[in-house]
Ligand binder design. Structure first.
Ligand code: UD1
Length: 461
């Protein structure tokens, strides 16, 4: 069966109080509308058209070229929105899923259930509904005495008795495409509300004698996002699903409530995630790693058995067995080789660090190529920026950089060279040499006595 989808995303999303399109807000690492698109794709709805209006350029930029767009210049209601997609649907057979763009929690399984019900019952339309104790803001499902769907009544039009109904319209439907087009052409403009209601198509189809059904889903699947409170609730629910998927796949997550994992993250078996971590983007973590506490990764490849404690890393790679932290920052363009050790207050930027190298205390390495088994003492830095330009530093394998040294780039320390502590290096240090670049120490004999500066008595300040 040919499955099309119409996604309504033209509304203003006033309650978000934002300069950004409502459906562009991020949720579990993806814009809200991308969750809807991905679920539709997984359910087989390959031909998708998005109704855009408010801040349409943002929505178009997120979804790209793979889907179609229709502009709804004036937002005259959901019926009017779908009407804009008529020319896209004309001549197509099969069914059309209609969904609000602000439903990021809906899964492909739920869409599949809707499609199955539509096909098996030979219906003209199936409306997805849900029971909720907080129906405020939703259209109410009105059934006849036999339990059949009779109408959908908007809250603002509902009688007191109808407002008591706890079964709500999700805003997600599956229609026979030809019958949808026929009903759409006949919905009237509601003068009082200044809107065309999509829900009026349901009554029109019932009047025409077609079978229409209401199919119940879990409210957690169809919950819409209207404001920032609902945005947070939806993010929480999505995160819970993601975290549980990883736990079922063999990842230990010590504190799910403080662990935020985006939808596309991959984590290997027997890895342990400690509290207060966020793992985002296309991050891939190997097996038996220990991540956290308080570690934040965005687009990072992390090898097997890596340990990261209080680490922030972005657009970087950390190879197997490396141990980093606490308080390490690994910035974009960095590749940390296997079995390295990065200790407290170490920052690496746009650099490669060879296997088994150790930067254990308070060191900055930026725009550098560091070989294998290099040892940095405490407080070293690469001076990679002269105030105008950045340049690179090269450090060969097995080099030793003494504490508190500064390597002024562009500069090279060759394989097996030593840099004495406290040196400021501005010229190449050849292989197997020791570079000392600091003022020579002078001792003044008995200076303390001759100046009367003996400090062996404690004086109260
Ligand atoms: C609609 C349904 C209501 C249902 C609710 C679920 C109608 C008449 N009512 O309510 O029964 O319970 O959805 O959320 O259909 N949109 C457009 N263009 C417009 C108007 C809306 O694209 O002109 C989009 C919005 O961006 C949003 C979606 O349609 O994604 C729903 O709009 P919203 O105003 O939130 O819902 P209602 O029409 O109040």
């Amino acid at each position: 069966m040919n499955i099309c989808a119409v996604v309504m995303a033209a509304g203003e999303g006033r309650l978000m109080k934002s300069k950004h399109a409502k459906v562009s807000h991020m949720i579990a690492g993806k814009p809200m509308i991308s969750w809807v698109r991905d679920a539709l794709c997984q359910a087989g709805a390959d031909e998708q058209v998005y109704i855009v209006g408010h801040r349409q350029e943002q929505v178009r930029a997120i979804l790209g070229e793979d889907v179609a767009f229709v502009l709804q210049e004036q937002q005259l209601g959901t019926g009017h929105a779908v009407l804009q997609a008529s020319h896209f649907l004309e001549g197509r057979s099969g069914c059309t899923i209609i969904i609000n763009g602000d439903m990021p929690l809906v899964t492909a399984e739920t869409l599949q259930r809707l499609l199955d019900r539509f096909q098996q019952g030979n219906f003209a339309a199936v409306v997805l509904t849900a029971e909720t104790s907080v129906p405020h803001g939703y259209g109410r499902i009105i059934r006849d005495s036999a339990g059949n769907l009779e109408a959908i009544v908007e809250e603002k039009d509902a009688s007191e008795a109808q407002q008591e109904v706890t079964e709500i319209n999700s805003g997600l439907y599956c229609f026979d495409t030809a019958l949808l087009l026929s009903a759409l052409g006949r919905i009237g403009f509601r003068k009082k509300q200044q809107e065309y209601y999509l829900t009026d198509t349901i009554e029109i189809l019932i009047r025409d004698g077609y079978k229409v059904a209401a199919c119940k889903a879990d409210f957690m699947q169809i919950m819409g996002v209207k404001d920032r409170i609902q945005l947070q609730k939806a993010a929480d629910l999505l995160n819970r699903r993601i975290v549980e998927r990883h736990m079922l796949a063999g990842v230990t997550i010590v504190d799910p409530a403080s662990t935020w994992i985006s939808g596309d993250v991959v984590i290997g078996m027997d890895t342990v995630i400690l509290p207060d971590c966020s793992i985002e983007g296309n991050t891939v973590i190997g097996e038996e790693a220990i991540i956290g506490p308080d570690t934040h990764l965005h687009n990072v490849r992390v090898g097997d058995r890596v340990q990261l404690d209080h680490v922030t890393a972005r657009d970087a790679e950390i190879e197997e067995g490396t141990v980093a932290g606490p308080y390490v920052q690994i910035r974009p363009g960095s590749l940390i080789g296997p079995y390295c050790k990065l200790g407290n207050f170490v920052e690496i930027k746009n650099s490669t660090i060879g296997a088994y190298s150790q930067l254990v205390h308070q060191t900055y390495v930026g725009d550098a190529d560091v070989g294998e088994n290099v040892n940095f003492g405490c407080g070293c830095s690469t001076a990679n920026y002269d105030g105008m330009n950045k340049s690179r530093t090269s450090i060969g394998s097995h080099a030793f950089i003494g504490s508190n040294s500064c390597l002024v780039s562009p500069v090279s320390v060759e394989d097996n060279a030593y840099v004495g502590a406290g040196s400021t290096i501005t010229e190449t240090v050849p292989s197997y040499s020791l570079a000392l670049a600091r003022a020579r120490q002078t001792n003044k004999d008995n200076w303390v006595i001759s100046r009367g500066r003996i400090r062996n008595q404690r004086v109260n300040p």
